[in-house]
Design a protein around this ligand. Structure first.
Ligand code: GCW
Length: 718
């Protein structure tokens, strides 16, 4: 085809311009996550790195090792701004040696032989002035490489390295609540990443980028489908699709898991029952599981939500959770697969406090589950609230492996609009002391299996990832994916370190950015608690979609779906009495913890109304009345967001203009919604307290009637 020269020239020029624009826009889109390796901008650190890193001796060939080699090349070349020489044959004078331990040269092996590298772990150290990255397994090398790159990204000294590191939890899993139609339950970052219709033949580049990002933080498992499960995913054509994803993820050390709908034998198997004690049902699952392993030899196993919120389960047949879980576990056992069986159960037919029900049902079953069953417990006894006390099941089932379930997607914390740094919340739960085996029985020790000597340990995070260009909707929600992964690797890490590492890797190492922004991230969690549910309040989100406040909602058919069930505000006061005089949920905690929660002079003020119903004029430790304090907390939440906005405004020198603007706009919405929360809740509570607002609280902008009239029929997240 002939193209007119003029047109051609103009066209080419336009293409360049567009390409330039596009690549800038793209690089600022957040797609690169914390893995955009920009050249080290501090001249003296850069020259120090350049002096120490001139060449790499990288040994071994495997899919995983090849990825590690390419990653290191990309990382070093980009961060150091020069092309580093890589060799697999010549170790002479290489500044970095990378090899699994058994491939290291004899003399290096001898020097390092006392270093006990755990499975999946790695060691980064020195031998005769040269850096060595080694591991027992290929995946350890990949983890070691990512961690070495992180040192450079965050501009840490590398002249005296001796890092022995390994994951403390075996199964570090993301739970996608993705439906086969592409929607995501409680997903606020677009559609599902999985293009089921194009699988198995079409492998989207995003699958690879997703796996790489997960490997960089040590995540090694992904449950592809929603816990509100669809049996179709277990049919042969879908298993082929799942197998293609498993193939794509495998080199990154990531196994796939599926959610298993308990009634699948009926829905796709043609049986008339799914009774776990029926031989034909057991056989159906066995055959199904064998067929999955024939295509995916390292399939992780099943995650199951049974007899919970309408999902089918063993109780439909008069059987127990043990019967259901063990049936699947037996079929998975020969393949080394596991069952993650969720403890998120509560029933509208049970009049007892919802917070008590999972414990009452599961704790008596301790010791009855097979060894490859892991009971997966949400961090708190209600449902991923801005603040909950740790779930009383932790530490109370010593004979059962327990997995932690955190929610990374912000169902109850402002969707992907609000900036909330969740590792602070996760840390609070992991560091909580259950006292189940005396002082120091931390939730983290329950989860990593060390408290009760479990052979297997697991942690799950309900993913916040979707098809949005920046993966998570809010650019800062990437920090929650990152932080979850870091804590899954090491549940004893502190959230401040995580915040700092993420900020440095994602945006800038400048101290005038890192310090105020670390403070902002840390503070952001308490801000959301203050403007949504201060002093231990919980579940006050509007019906169904959970977007915005709905403390007045009281007419849903299931009582425990109503916010009024949780705050119990009346003319006398507010709060849920879970003491001996009330629901006695406190008794589910070990003695010292229970005593603390029971006694008004000891209960942490930030959980006060979780455990106690108190009069409006109750005096708090600082002398303020409960009513005034409530208003002051709501106001504080609003002020904290204002402060976040101010800090962010100062950060424009360190952040690209597109991202800066984007976050500014989101903070504007967050402020608007924080005020909405304060006004709507305080106006509603005032109807009961009949007291004037505290002076320190800004007057509501609208009437209660206005707030009650707001409707959000198409709020995202289904
Ligand atoms: O809080 C509820 C959510 C449901 C979710 C459920 C669960 C997947 O609102 O959307 O269903 O928790 O965790 O099973």
């Amino acid at each position: 085809m002939k193209i007119k020269t003029m047109f051609h020239q103009r066209h080419v020029l336009m293409c360049f311009l567009l390409l330039g624009f596009y690549s800038t826009a793209f690089s600022q889109s957040g797609y690169g996550l914390w893995l955009d390796y920009e050249k080290v901008n501090d001249a003296s650190i850069l020259s120090d790195y350049q002096n120490q890193i001139r060449s790499v001796y990288f040994l071994g060939e495997s899919e995983t090792l090849n990825l590690a080699r390419e990653e290191l090349k990309l990382g070093l070349n980009s961060l150091l701004g020069s092309s580093i020489d890589f060799s697999s044959t010549n170790s002479n004078n290489a500044s970095i040696t990378v090899a699994t331990f058994d491939q290291l040269e004899r003399k290096t092996q001898r020097k390092l032989k006392k270093i006990d590298i755990a499975k999946d772990g790695y060691y980064i150290g020195h031998d005769s002035g040269k850096i060595v990255i080694t591991a027992k397994e290929d995946i350890g090398i990949l983890y070691g490489v990512f961690n070495f790159i992180r040192l450079l990204q965050t501009q840490q000294p590398i002249d005296n390295l001796a890092i022995l590191d390994a994951p403390k939890i075996d199964l570090r899993i993301l739970n996608h609540w993705d439906n086969l139609d592409g929607t995501i339950e409680r997903g606020y970052a677009g559609k599902s990443l999985w293009k089921w219709q194009k699988l198995p033949k079409y492998i989207d580049q995003r699958y690879i980028d997703y796996a790489r990002a997960n490997a960089s933080i040590g995540i090694n498992g992904t449950v592809l489908t929603n816990v509100n499960a669809n049996a179709w995913v277990l049919t042969p054509s879908y298993i082929d699709k799942v197998a293609a994803l498993a193939d794509a993820f495998r080199p990154y050390g990531i196994k796939v898991y599926l959610t298993a709908r308990f009634s699948a034998p009926i829905e796709i198997g043609g049986l008339s029952t799914a009774d776990p004690l029926e031989a034909k049902v057991q056989q159906w699952w066995k055959t199904k599981i064998d067929s999955i392993y024939a295509k995916i030899p390292d399939f992780g196993g099943f995650l199951v939500k049974a007899n919970s919120e309408g999902q089918p389960g063993p109780q439909n047949y008069g059987r127990t959770h043990v019967d259901g879980a063990n049936m699947m576990a037996e079929a998975l056992e020969p393949h080394n697969g596991v069952v993650l069986w969720r403890a998120f159960v509560y029933s509208e037919h049970d009049a007892t406090d919802r917070a008590k029900q999972a414990y009452s049902e599961f704790v008596p079953m301790d010791g009855k589950f097979k060894e490859n069953v892991i009971v997966q417990v949400k961090n708190g006894a209600i449902d991923f609230q801005p603040r909950e006390p740790f779930h009383p099941i932790f530490g109370a089932m010593p004979k059962t492996a327990l997995a932690m379930e955190f929610q990374i997607t912000q169902e109850y914390l402002g969707f992907s609009t609000h900036l909330v740094f969740l590792p602070k919340l996760y840390e609070e739960v992991l560091q909580a002391d259950t006292y189940q085996q005396g002082k120091g029985s931390l939730v983290a020790k329950v989860i990593d299996g060390s408290l009760d000597n479990h052979k297997i340990s697991a942690i799950s995070g309900v993913s916040n990832i979707g098809s949005d260009l920046n993966w998570t909707g809010h650019p800062f929600a990437q920090a929650n994916w990152y932080g979850y992964g870091r804590l899954a690797w090491d549940p004893y890490l502190d959230s401040e370190t995580i915040a700092e590492q993420w900020l440095r890797s994602t945006y800038s190492n400048d101290k005038d950015f890192v310090k105020p922004m670390t403070d902002l991230l840390i503070e952001s969690r308490e801000a959301v608690v203050n403007y949504m549910t201060p002093l231990g309040l919980h579940h006050m989100m509007d019906t169904d979609h959970h977007y915005g406040p709905g403390p007045w909602v009281s007419e849903l058919p299931r009582p425990e779906w109503n916010p009024t069930y949780y705050h119990k505000a009346d003319s006398k006061g507010i709060g849920f009495d879970r003491t001996k005089q009330g629901s006695d949920a406190i008794a589910q905690y070990a003695d010292p913890v229970a005593k603390k929660f029971e006694q008004l002079d000891q209960v942490p003020e930030n959980l006060l109304l979780w455990f106690h119903h108190l009069p409006w004029d109750y005096t708090l430790s600082d002398g303020k009345t409960l009513w005034n304090s409530l208003g002051i907390h709501y106001q504080k939440g609003v002020d904290q967001v204002r402060e976040m906005k101010k800090v962010w405004e100062q950060m424009s020198p360190y952040v690209d203009p597109i991202s800066h603007k984007e976050v500014s706009m989101l903070l504007d919405i967050q402020l608007h919604e924080a005020i909405w929360w304060k006004d709507a809740c305080m106006l509603y509570f005032q109807k009961h307290s009949k007291l004037p607002f505290p002076k320190a609280m800004e007057k509501p902008k609208h009437s209660l009637k206005h707030y009650k009239s707001l409707k959000h029929p198409y709020a995202p997240g289904i």
